[in-house]
Unconditional design. Structure first.
Length: 193
């Protein structure tokens, strides 16, 4: 199997893992039927997760069997409307916490490895959106002032991240120039090829 095929399979597996979380997220905003859930997930994820009927309905069935959502058949509309349960809300909140723990660890590891490989200097990338998203996604009773403050913190954090990423881009450019210089000067084995 080719590397691109393996990576594509991994991407599909990751999307399947996030599909159930995405279902819970969209249902936190109100009851929907299956097709509406698919459209909302695609919209909320900016097209990154684009569920199909073959993927969404098994996920809905599993979430329903676990009592995280409840479906009610509306015969006059010939469709099933899904609602999130209180247990589903709790599971979603816990999943968001675990997601942030995982992404924070992966981000730290990734940048440490880039530094170890001397691609960049070691940097401390700020946790971009964690606290803000927790308020916006998980705290239904947050006041407008709390949400505004969360958005301000998000904007500041993103600006800080832009600054760090700009620094990383400069470091990568410097490293690239250094390697080109070594090749031009014949100081590296690649120059002999």
């Amino acid at each position: 199997m080719e590397p691109t095929e393996i990576a594509a399979k991994w991407k599909d597996q990751m999307q399947k893992g996030y599909l159930k979380m995405a279902v819970l997220l969209v249902l936190m905003h109100g009851p929907l039927h299956g097709y509406e859930i698919m459209k909302e997930i695609k919209r909320w994820t900016l097209g990154i997760i684009t569920p199909t009927a073959g993927g969404i309905y098994p996920a809905l069935k599993e979430l329903e069997n676990r009592h995280l959502i409840r479906g009610k058949w509306l015969p006059e509309e010939r469709r099933k409307i899904y609602h999130i349960t209180s247990e589903g809300i709790e599971v979603f909140k816990e999943a968001v916490e675990k997601h942030f723990e995982l992404t924070s660890s992966i981000r730290r590891w990734f940048f440490q490895e880039l530094a170890r490989l001397e691609i960049i200097d070691e940097v401390d990338l700020p946790p971009v959106m964690e606290s803000t998203l927790k308020i916006l996604l998980l705290k239904e009773d947050a006041s407008l002032k709390e949400k505004i403050e969360a958005l301000r913190r998000l904007r500041q954090s993103l600006q800080s991240t832009v600054n760090v990423l700009s620094k990383i881009i400069r470091q990568i450019g410097s490293r690239e120039e250094e390697l080109i210089w070594k090749i031009k000067r014949g100081l590296h084995e690649d120059a002999k090829l």
